[in-house]
Design a protein around this ligand. Structure first.
Ligand code: FPP
Ligand code: MG
Length: 304
């Protein structure tokens, strides 16, 4: 295919995907994988791959804002990444430092009221990166329009472990009763200001795993997951739209299942459950997939 034809094809496909997508996920989390393989394929070094990846990151931030996403979380440096060779690790810290200062000063960030915050074990990061983190966070602290979380020195299990230790300490000291431990208690201990539940995880680079990323907020919410093969630097708008479409169709099938279950419950039981089931039906009445109605589902249910 010539590059002109390919471009036209991509533009048409992008339009088609846009039409198919009716509502965006609120919180998207991205595992930006494949930077070194991309660099290797170009005969370049790992740091060049990370720099190329950072350009994709900026594009994705724009796409998210355009699409109505409200929160984006980027896996930028895991606790395992500390084991990378010195030259790569230091170059990555240089890049992250540079980007955090850039974001902190960027007109697009201020015009779009993007709040930047870092999640992870900041104490493990070099001072220069921590200073850049503090700068970006301070300059954007009052914004609420969009949240950009950058996961640095991040490990999902570590995060859960420290919340568990914190809870145990409070129970031991008598400040908290074991029966009082609930979702809100754990969330309060995970971050000063809580993250939204994750609706969609995207992973590039071909590996189909979620690598200890946001276990509480993504797995707890049964986030939709979109794995794709392009390396992060070549992740395109079309790939992004396909990811959003995956989320959309999962949501639609979920809504349908919930209504179907509620209808079955209405028929089978009475009392409290009946009220609850009717509540579910009312809640989803306007949100069913196009061309489906509660009455139609009810008829299907009765016919079974
Ligand atoms: C994984 O690819 C990528 C990383 C470890 C670094 C991700 C960081 C960026 C893209 C920098 C931009 C971030 C911000 C916040 C601006 P890999 O190195 O594992 O590549 P491979 O899978 O091909 O080995
Ligand atoms: Mg990798």
């Amino acid at each position: 295919m010539s590059s002109w034809v390919r471009r036209r094809f991509h533009a048409a496909y992008e339009r088609l995907l846009r039409r198919e997508i009716s509502g965006a996920p609120t919180h998207v989390a991205v595992i930006q994988d494949g930077n070194r393989r991309y660099a290797d394929r170009q005969g370049a070094d790992a740091p060049d791959g990370h720099r190329a990846g950072a350009q994709t990151t900026e594009r994705v931030l724009d796409w998210c804002k355009d699409m109505g996403v409200e929160e984006l979380t980027l896996y930028a440096f895991s606790t395992e990444n500390f084991d990378r060779p010195d030259h790569e690790r230091e170059a990555l810290f240089d890049l992250l430092e540079e980007k955090l200062y850039e974001f902190g000063d960027d007109d697009r960030v201020h015009d779009g009221e993007v709040r930047i915050r870092v999640i992870g074990d900041e104490g493990m990061l070099p001072d220069r990166v921590r200073e850049a983190v503090a700068y970006a966070e301070r300059r954007t602290a009052d914004y609420e329009e969009f949240t950009l979380n950058v996961a640095l020195a991040y490990g999902g299990r570590n995060e859960l472990l420290s919340a568990a230790r914190d809870v145990a300490r409070d129970v031991e000291s008598g400040d908290l009763a074991a029966e009082e431990i609930d979702v809100a208690e754990i969330e309060r201990r995970l971050y000063d200001d809580s993250l939204r539940d994750v609706d969609l995880i995207i992973r590039t680079g071909g590996d189909e795993r979620t690598s200890n990323f946001l276990p509480w907020h993504a797995n707890g919410n049964e986030a939709a997951v979109f794995f794709c093969t392009p390396y992060w630097p070549e992740f395109s708008k079309v790939d992004f739209l396909r990811a959003v479409r995956t989320y959309e169709s999962r949501e639609e099938s979920w809504r349908r299942t919930k209504v179907e279950r509620a209808l079955a419950l209405v028929k089978a039981v009475g009392g409290v459950e009946l009220d609850e089931a009717r509540g579910v039906i009312e809640k989803f009445r306007d949100k069913l997939p196009e061309g489906t109605s509660v009455e139609e589902l009810e008829a299907e249910e009765t016919a079974e």
